[in-house]
Design a protein around this ligand. Structure first.
Ligand code: ADP
Ligand code: MG
Length: 622
């Protein structure tokens, strides 16, 4: 069986086939966008090289009444100055009513109790959490489009495993508002597991430990047949790195016997504490220093000191882990792997405690801030039909039309280009000559009307067709393209059931340029091709008439008088001469003339065959 090629998976330059799909981690404090490029997932940086976008939006109105927004770092730094109009941690309000919020009075916003979802009043009117999230998503979408200089095919957006329907729907709405095509919402722990490639590994239970700035999430996932299922989730919505900052700040103030008096002092010492805490993840000791209204604060701190301070908080997270395992009736040693997510899992004290609890070293190779976005990008890439390299894996649509050669070297298009695959199409053909027992099937690819301008993919013959009059056989030719771009063509004579088939396997024979050329030629020559096609069709029809007349003359020529015979011969000669010229109208009228000129003869033949059929039979046998 011939194995031939129909097109080039992943090699088309056709812009509509480039499928740029991104993963977005829409986080409480930080958001990121990632994509698979050059075979691996990476987070996309902004113009300043920063991959993180603080999940903060500030609404402003200038003195001329024009509204404006700041998103990300710009909004973050305006938070102290303009808390009412600078919305942070909006994820906590997604899909929530005012009555759902825990202690809304603690937050600086003017909440509006709206039907469906709580709103926040700003200088630019009441904003729903969906709108605010859409601003963040639109900013990431813009970043991705600028990076690739192209439109996005779609995005996978991550949500906490515990998000309910309303929260998920709100996330989808935000994406739609941001002009994103949501390929899927993906649970954050699942995304992290995918980033580590666990979906390709051993089946079993995996724990995802996510300690961020303000929240702690623990999820237990079951992997079976390459698919993760969330078995149990738990955590603490008010436990995270921020709490550790507070403890460290308090410890430093106590050491220095100082106090943070003003709100500015409190903010400064927290910022310094956070910086020191992060430094202690890599260094054994660090200085915490900042200017306070009462003087300079400067304290030396060690990693051990920080670990001791953080211990109660880490233990609190482990208590949640225990609860989740107990709920799921799982023992720590039944967990196959532990994935660390969230910036706070950079702390060695956290890693050590989690490792000791599960009796195994947790996975920490990937950047814990990025791991969720990376996993989402991998999934987005797959959902878009790309391969691991980020190239289009499948011929999601046919790049070029598929067809058959018919009489006169013309192409009958069976499956038009851009048809999504997998697909199946069939068309009926018939024989050209009386008694024809074989049919040549020639499969071609391309946009042109003539076989010689298309690419030949395969030829095969359908043999064993029972002899029948021309046009009586019914041969169904079926085209089938499977999800891998594998084309099979089969031909079956419907009355006798004789069948033949060929499989055309995709390979890498056609270059991008060739596909592009074939398309270009197909478009620019379409008008000329159509004219040429009409002429060829007229020639085929003329040939068919001539062939039928010759057959009839050979069989029943004796029915004609010499004059009648001469008349028909003259009509046939006329067709012959016009066939060679390019005059379509002349050829068509000559063919018509022959058809009319042989009508009487055809009637005579019919009478004769009826007489023959009835000869020797009694009337009641007919
Ligand atoms: P969220 O998921 O809540 O948006 P992240 O996962 O980005 O938050 O984590 C933010 C937290 O991680 C902050 O408390 C930050 O101080 C902490 N963090 C970031 N880097 C480090 C580090 N190197 N060492 C310790 N903590 C870190
Ligand atoms: Mg997070």
């Amino acid at each position: 069986m011939a194995l031939l090629q129909i097109s080039e998976p992943g090699q088309s330059p056709d812009p509509h086939q480039r499928r740029i799909a991104v993963g977005i981690d829409l986080g409480t404090t930080h958001s990121l966008v990632a994509a698979v490029r050059h075979g691996s997932a990476e987070c996309l940086p902004d113009e300043q090289g920063r991959v993180i976008l603080p999940s903060a939006v500030r609404y402003l109105v200038d003195d001329k009444g024009r509204t404006r927004r700041q998103i990300g770092y710009e909004a973050m730094s305006a938070q102290a100055e303009d808390p009412l109009n600078t919305i942070v941690s909006v994820k906590r309000f997604m899909g929530r009513k005012l009555s759902d919020l825990v202690d809304p009075g603690r937050l600086p916003y003017q909440f509006e109790d709206q039907p469906g979802m709580v709103g926040v009043r700003t200088v630019d009117g009441v904003k729903s959490p969906v709108e605010v999230s859409a601003e963040i998503l639109a900013s990431l979408r813009q970043r991705a489009e600028d990076t690739f200089n192209d439109d996005l095919f779609g995005a996978v957006i991550t949500v906490p495993a515990y998000f309910d329907d309303a929260q998920r729907q709100a996330t989808k709405d935000a994406a739609q508002m941001a002009g994103l095509n949501v390929l899927r919402l993906l649970n954050e722990p699942t995304a992290a597991a995918i980033a580590y490639g666990l979906d390709n590994g051993a089946e079993g239970l995996y724990a995802i430990y996510d300690l961020g700035g303000g929240t702690f999430d623990i999820s237990l996932l079951q992997l079976s047949r390459g698919v993760f299922e969330v078995v149990a989730t738990g955590g603490d919505s008010a436990l995270g790195g921020d709490d550790i900052d507070h403890l460290l700040a308090d410890a430093a103030l106590l050491d220095a016997k100082m106090q943070a008096v003003t709100p500015q002092d409190k903010r400064s010492v927290l910022v310094a504490a956070r910086r020191t805490k992060e430094k202690l993840s890599t260094d054994g000791s660090a200085h915490l220093s900042c200017a306070l209204s009462g003087g300079m604060l400067s304290v030396s701190l060690t990693r051990e000191r920080l670990a001791a301070l953080a211990k109660p908080l880490i233990d609190k997270s482990l208590a949640s882990v225990k609860r989740v395992l107990r709920d799921a009736k799982v023992k720590p040693d039944e967990v196959k792997g532990v994935v660390m997510v969230g910036g706070s899992t950079r702390m060695p004290a956290v890693r050590d405690a989690v490792g000791a609890f599960f009796g195994q070293t947790p996975l920490t190779d990937l950047n814990p801030d990025e791991v969720v976005a990376l996993g989402a990008a991998i999934q987005a890439n797959q959902l878009a039909g790309n391969n691991v390299q980020g190239e289009l894996l499948l011929l999601d649509v046919l790049p070029l039309s598929l067809g058959l050669e018919t009489m006169g070297g013309l192409v009958e298009r069976i499956v038009p280009r851009n048809t999504p695959i997998p697909c199946a199409r069939a068309q009926d053909f018939t024989t050209f000559k009386d008694g024809q027992t074989a049919l040549a099937v020639h499969v071609v690819q391309g946009e042109r009307e003539q076989v010689e301008h298309c690419r030949s993919l395969a030829r095969f013959e359908l043999r064993g067709i029972p002899p029948m009059a021309a046009g009586a056989a019914r041969i169904r030719v079926s085209f089938q393209v499977d999800a891998d771009g594998l084309l099979s063509v089969s031909a079956k004579e419907q009355l006798s059931g004789v069948e033949a088939a060929v499989v055309v396997k995709p390979s890498y024979g056609l270059s991008d340029e060739q596909v592009a050329n074939m398309l270009r030629e197909g478009f620019t020559t379409a008008a000329a091709d159509m004219k040429d096609r009409a002429l060829r069709e007229a020639r085929v029809e003329a040939e068919r008439m001539l062939e039928a007349t010759r057959t009839a003359l050979a069989a029943d020529g004796d029915l004609l008088s010499p004059e009648q015979r001469a008349e028909i011969d003259a009509l046939m000669v006329q067709i012959g001469s016009r066939c060679d010229r390019g005059d379509l109208d002349a050829l068509e009228s000559a063919t018509k003339a022959l058809a009319q000129g042989t009508e009487a003869f055809a009637a005579e033949r019919m009478n004769r065959s009826i007489r023959q059929a009835l000869a020797g039979r009694k009337v009641d046998q007919v």
